[in-house]
Design a binder for this molecule. Structure first.
Ligand code: NDP
Length: 255
């Protein structure tokens, strides 16, 4: 505990949050918003240079941050991430399983390496994160697990079949977990963004699929800030209130 008391401006004072996929886009913004709300944040991803930059930015703004290089597909590294966070910042109150990849891919083009990678990061990354924090949260009888799902976790999108499948997985795991965690006092939330302006499309190799199905240039899509702000709201609710899912979409592009 930092010894700080929570205030209206800093409702997360004294809390420790871990954010995966914090080197870029949505995760980066979540980390900044949680820090601005008073949390000490442990930021994780593979790109150490970007994590260092973010740590400095948070500290310049009087926040507290630590970073840890971690591939979320490797279970031991995720376990080490939580060990590191608890040793350096304290017991983890908020775990944001945000790391993810999205590659446009037509099933008929059979790009199975892309499918494997998507499943590994988006599914195993989330279960590794849950497995790493849950014993400690159960012991402390408190905690909040926030999983970055997608509107594609509610509806299958053409060109994103495997991606949609991974986000349906995240939704299913989260829903069942939420029920199991009631007796332990732990909250589970799925954040479900529509298109957000990040680097996520840069990994797509099936350009035919992207050209045919990516409609993100047709309207004003979301900024990472829109999601960071929403996550800070979700984890700042009174203890008896649980925002279980939050669908956030560009105004012009509802599902
Ligand atoms: P970015 O590509 O900007 O960021 C992805 C983040 O995930 C990076 O920090 C990257 O870090 C990290 N990451 C990827 N693979 C791994 C890995 N194996 N191990 C650890 N970290 C990894 O994308 P977004 O910010 O847009 O995406 C974040 C989340 O939001 C994802 O779960 C995505 O599915 C979801 N989402 C995104 C939407 C969008 O339109 N952008 C819409 C709906 C949901 P590094 O490469 O340094 O490891």
């Amino acid at each position: 505990m930092s010894g700080k008391f929570a205030t209206a401006n800093q409702p997360l004072s004294g809390k420790v949050a871990v954010v995966t996929g914090a080197s870029s886009g949505i995760g980066r913004s979540i980390a900044i918003h949680l820090s601005n709300a008073g949390a000490k944040v442990c930021i994780a991803a593979r790109n150490v240079g970007k994590l260092e930059e973010l740590k400095s930015e948070i500290e310049k703004n009087n926040g507290t941050a630590a970073f840890f290089q971690c591939d979320v597909t490797v279970r031991e590294q995720v376990m080490q991430l939580i060990f590191f966070a608890e040793k350096n910042l304290g017991p983890v109150d908020i775990m944001v399983n945000n790391a993810g990849v999205m590659m446009y891919s037509k099933m008929s083009n059979v790009m199975m390496d892309d499918w494997d990678k998507t499943i590994d990061v988006n599914c195993k990354g989330v279960t590794n994160g849950i497995g790493a924090v849950i014993p400690g949260m159960i012991k402390r009888k408190r905690g909040h697990i926030v999983n970055t799902s997608s509107d594609a976790g509610l509806q299958g999108f053409p060109g994103l079949a495997v991606y949609s499948g991974t986000k349906f997985f995240v939704e299913g795991v989260s829903q069942a977990l939420r029920h199991e965690m009631v007796e332990h006092g732990i909250k589970v939330t799925c954040i479900q963004p529509g298109d957000v302006k990040t680097n996520i499309l840069s990994h797509t190799t099936d350009l035919e699929a992207q050209k045919q199905y990516d409609g993100s240039s047709k309207c004003k899509i979301l900024d990472p800030d829109d999601i960071g702000r929403a996550v800070a709201y979700v984890v700042s609710q009174p203890d008896h209130v649980s925002i279980n899912q939050l669908l956030i979409e560009p105004k012009e592009a509802p599902i």
